[in-house]
Design a protein around this ligand. Structure first.
Ligand code: ZN
Length: 88
């Protein structure tokens, strides 16, 4: 029988490090000021995916279509959407 020693499992906290852009020393990812050269670390900005307005609209229409609110009607000039929301 395998004895599960759950108390032995310890999560070793992994410290994410990054390189200081000024002195190239390894510093903590959360560091605001480099501990080696004392310079302020520019905050890393996570790039936000820019959503094209047209894609946004298509997404919205896709949601409505999935909900049965509208119906996609392919026509020569493009796809038209028929609103099924209220019964006629
Ligand atoms: Zn530094």
């Amino acid at each position: 029988m395998i004895n599960s020693k759950s108390e032995d499992i310890t999560f070793s906290r992994r410290i994410i490090v990054k390189k200081c852009p000024f002195c190239a020393e390894k510093i903590k990812n959360d560091a605001i000021v480099c501990r080696y050269c004392g310079k302020e670390i520019p905050k890393e900005e996570t790039p936000q995916p820019v959503e094209h307005p047209k894609n946004k609209l298509n997404k919205y229409l896709g949601v409505l279509e999935a909900a049965g609110q509208i119906e996609a009607v392919p026509e020569q000039r493009g796809i038209f959407y028929r609103y099924n929301g209220s019964p006629s």
